[in-house]
Design a binder for this molecule. Sequence first.
Ligand SMILES: NC(=O)c1ccc[n+]([C@@H]2O[C@H](COP(=O)([O-])OP(=O)(O)OC[C@H]3O[C@@H](n4cnc5c(N)ncnc54)[C@H](O)[C@@H]3O)[C@@H](O)[C@H]2O)c1
Length: 428
Amino acid sequence: MIKKLLLKFNSKKFKVGVIGLGYVGLPICERFSRAGIEVIGVDNDPNKIKILKKGQSYIKSKKLKNFKYFKNNKKNLSINYKILNKCDAILICLPTPLKNFKPDMSYIFDCAKKIKTFLKPYQLLVLESTVYPGATDELINIIRQKKIILGKNFFVGYSPERENPGDDQFTYKKTPKIISGFSKNCLNLMDALYKNIINKRVKSDDLKSAELSKLLENLYRAVNIGLINELKIICDYLRIDIFKVIDLASTKNFGFQKFLPGPGLGGHCIPIDPYYLSWISKKKGYQPKFIPLAGKINTMMPSWVVKKMLTKLKNRKKKILILGVAYKKNVDDDRESPSFEIMKILKKQKISFEYNDPYFDKIRKGRQNKIIKQSVSLNKDNLKKFSAVILVTDHDQYDYKFIAQNSKIVFDTRGVYKKFNFENIFFC
Ligand SMILES: NC(=O)c1ccc[n+]([C@@H]2O[C@H](COP(=O)([O-])OP(=O)(O)OC[C@H]3O[C@@H](n4cnc5c(N)ncnc54)[C@H](O)[C@@H]3O)[C@@H](O)[C@H]2O)c1
C-alpha cells in the first residue's frame, strides 16, 4: 500500500490539502496546482475564502497575482476541515506565534485534534510551520489512534518553509528544501511528494534536526542583525560611517556575510523563532545567553532611532512622516513591524505623525478592526507639511530622489541614501 501512495505521488494523481492559506500556505497551493496536482485549501478566515473564490489574492506578490485555481475549483476551498478527508497528503501551514515569550502551539495542536477524527490509513501528514524540536512528536501523540499505525500505514513528516516574501528572485528551483520523516517510509513519501514542486530536497532522517535547522536559519539572521545593529550604535559613538565599514568588510571573499543595520526586526520569523529555541532549551535545563541578547538589541532599535531623530530635531516643531509600515521592503506584511514601535514611542511623547506605505492604505487596530490611520500620499505639498521624514521600510516603489528633494529632513534607518548626495539626509 505504501507503494500505491508512492505511485500516486510520482504520477501526480493525488490530492494535496493545505491548512492555513497565508504567506506560506497560499504559495504552496499555487505551486502544487501549477504542477497539475489537485489542491484542497482550508482557512478559518471566511473573508480569505471569499477573495480566493473570486480569483483574487490578499497577498501582493507577482506569483500570486494571477492565481485563479480556487476560482476555477471553488469546491476545493472551505473553512471546514472535513473537506480534507479525501486528501492523500495534508500540509499544516498554521501560525506559530509567541504568547508571553513562550511558543503558542494552539493553532497546530487544536487543528490536530480536529483533523484526528477523519484521518485514515495511507495518508501523509506534514507540518510546515516553524516549531521547536520535538513539536512534531507532540503532534503525532495527538493524532495517534487505533486505525493508524505510524510509519506502516500512516505517515508523518516535517518540512520547514523557506518562503521569502517580497523577493521576486526567490524560486523553488534554486532553493533546496529540508524534508524529514517519522520513519524511513515517511521520508521516502516526503521526497516523492515534494519532488512535484521542489527541485532539490535535502533529507534529514530525523524530525528534530529538521525542526532545529529552521530555528538555526532564523537565529543566524537574528544574531547577525543584532550584531550589526549594535555596531551601528558603536559607530555612532565613534563617528564612523557604518555603511562604509560594512562595504569594506564585505570585500573579504571568505568567512564574512553582509548584514545591514535597520530600525529593528519584524515579521513572523526572525523576532519570534529565537524565543522558541530559548524556551525549549530552558525547559531542558540550559538558560541560553547569546540568543536573548540579540533579541534585546534588536528590540531596542526603534527607541534608539527615535532618540537620534529627536536629538537632531531639537526644539523644532515636530510633525513626522513615517515611510513604511511593512516589516521589510516590498511586502504587504506588517507583523511585528518596527514602525508600530516607532509610532508607539512618538505617541507616548505626544509627537504628531502620519505614515505612508504603498502596501497599506490603512492601518487598523483592535477587535473591531478600527481604521486608526490612512496612508498619506507622497506629493510635494504633503511632504512639505512635515518637519521630518523617517524612512523605516525601504520599498523599491519609493522615489527616493523626489522624497529627499521635497522634504525638510530625512532620517534614513536603512542606508538607502548612501548612494545619493543630499544634504538633508541624516542616517540613524
Ligand atoms: N511568512 C513567512 O515568510 C514564513 C517563512 C517560513 C516559515 N514561516 C512559518 O510558517 C507558519 C505559517 O506562517 P504564515 O506567515 O504563513 O502565517 P499566516 O498568518 O500568513 O497564515 C496562516 C493562515 O492560517 C489561517 N488560520 C489561522 N488559524 C486557522 C485555523 N485554526 N484553521 C485554519 N486556518 C487557520 C489564517 O487565516 C492564515 O491565513 C509559521 O509557523 C511561520 O513561522 C513563515
